[in-house]
Ligand binder design. Structure first.
Ligand code: ATP
Length: 217
């Protein structure tokens, strides 16, 4: 994919913690007309059958990492990298540059149509990884720890211990809070969250777009 210059000051990173409400806020931003580039979509795309990303993974991890239909065996890969940090680095060195290149290319394509409009980068591990260096500002979807734990237990049908273990695998939201440009408090009503989203969207210079412009999303 060709590298294209992108004005990084117009890229706004959106992140949160597990079950803090990032998907909820991302949908609200889309309703306001925001163009959202989704890191999870690119993470799947760069390892699709036929991609050079998948070919590199096979040469690093062996053919056993594929399902019979030629797609990536994600659960086997997850188990391998969970137990071996150096193999996790190998995988990240294959996928991360491709995800970033894809996100930049998608951003450039949108920016050429809508110069100056902000672009939201939806990135779960924005602060844990390097991606926060590529964006001009960041939005954190924040809830206090007890709310995060309760919502995670309800949504994923987890015990308290299981929920706490999943939360412990990420940087605490209180630490991310200190790094973010904008913080959305999603601990109250969805209406309260929507008001904050609208305010931030205005602050970053977002404009309402015609629905036809967003046919791709
Ligand atoms: P993950 O990254 O783990 O997928 P997320 O950060 O995208 O999670 P959501 O899926 O948006 O989080 O929200 C987590 C759960 O909390 C969902 O069940 C959602 O319906 C609920 N939720 C989100 N915001 C609120 C709110 N303001 N009040 C009550 N429930 C909420």
């Amino acid at each position: 994919m060709a590298a294209t210059a992108v004005d990084s000051t117009r890229i706004i990173g959106l992140t949160g913690g597990i079950a803090s409400g990032k998907t909820t806020v991302s949908s609200m931003l889309r309703e306001l007309g925001a163009y959202v580039v989704d890191a999870d979509v690119w993470a799947r795309r760069v390892v699709e059958p036929g991609s050079d990303g998948l070919a590199e993974i096979v040469s690093a991890f062996g053919g056993d990492i594929l399902m019979p239909d030629g797609t990536l065996n994600r659960s086997r890969l997850a188990t391998i990298i969970f137990h071996d940090a150096s193999l996790r680095d190998v995988l990240n060195r294959i996928t991360h540059p491709r995800v970033r290149a894809g996100m930049l290319a998608e951003t450039a394509a949108y920016a050429s149509q809508r110069p100056g409009q902000p672009v939201i980068w939806d990135v779960p591990l924005l602060f844990e990884g390097e991606t926060h260096r590529l964006v001009g500002a960041t939005i954190l979807v924040y809830v206090p720890l007890h709310v995060q734990k309760e919502r995670l237990m309800v949504r994923n049908q987890l015990t308290e211990a299981e929920a706490l273990a999943r939360m412990a695998a990420q940087m605490p939201l209180d630490d991310k809070r200190a790094l973010a440009t904008y913080v959305i408090d999603n601990s109250q009503s969805l209406e309260f969250t929507r008001e904050q989203v609208q305010r931030i969207w205005q602050m970053v210079g977002g404009q309402k777009e015609f629905r036809g412009d967003r046919a791709k999303q």
